[in-house]
Design a binder for this molecule. Sequence first.
Ligand SMILES: C[S@@+](CC[C@H](N)C(=O)[O-])C[C@H]1O[C@@H](n2cnc3c(N)ncnc32)[C@H](O)[C@@H]1O
Length: 270
Amino acid sequence: MDTAAVASLWNQNAENWTLLSRQGFDVFRDHVNTPGFLELLPDVAGLEGLDIGCGEGTNTRTVASLGASMQGVDVAERFVAFASEREARDPRGIRFQLASATALPFADASFDFATAFMSFMDLPEQGRALAEAFRVLRPGGFFQFSICHPCFHLRRFNWIRDEEGQRIGLDVGHYFDPPWGEVEEWTFSSATEEAKAALPEFAPFKVPRFGRTLTGWLDLIFAAGFQLERTAEPSASDEALAACPRLAHTRLIAFSLILRCRKPGDGQGR
Ligand SMILES: C[S@@+](CC[C@H](N)C(=O)[O-])C[C@H]1O[C@@H](n2cnc3c(N)ncnc32)[C@H](O)[C@@H]1O
């Protein structure tokens, strides 16, 4: 599966993904991953940032609302269109454009920081994408990204349940497989039947996923030239659980891993 195949799948997913996530059905993103990501994010007010794999742009807009001057890129033109259309309706000063993480259309040292919310495990050339993130950062700048957790999001993944059917643990395997790529089919589990029926045409998402071990990821980060600065493994807070009880299983295992990496150099970007 190459970048063109990945872009084609995400273009197919884009409309339903946008419609459902904007109604609040991407509960893991909204209640677990993004809050954990923002907790780890340094102060970005007044900084120039790039969001890589921005999708329909909700998280780019959230970072912009913290005072950063943002640009967003995505490999799927339909996502870029949804993000741009919302920006035109309700401007946050963001420029969205079509581009691959593996060939960023920016000069060296263009940004103080970069983010990537749950996109780097969705692309096949992760080393090249990390090298590109490094290249476009100013010395001292940071790149913070979240991925499906490499220790739990594996090709063997089955919930272990108690007599009542409650999830109590996970049966995983194939951790040491060589870097792999697969297309997973699913939809947001909280999406109601009414919401699905209201879509122009419901189909499960076809999500490309590329996995490697934890040390495989760390090796790529170091090979790109980054220093690893902070990490986080978010799970549902008490408030998130009260708002969305179906997130209880995010306390059993870590679904995502957030990494903040620094490009060596003086200053905080500029
Ligand atoms: C799980 S979605 C996350 C979207 C968004 N960051 C969010 O948090 O809602 C993954 C995104 O990565 C994008 N993507 C996949 N491969 C890419 C690449 N090579 N370059 C840029 N974006 C890519 C997809 O098009 C998709 O929008």
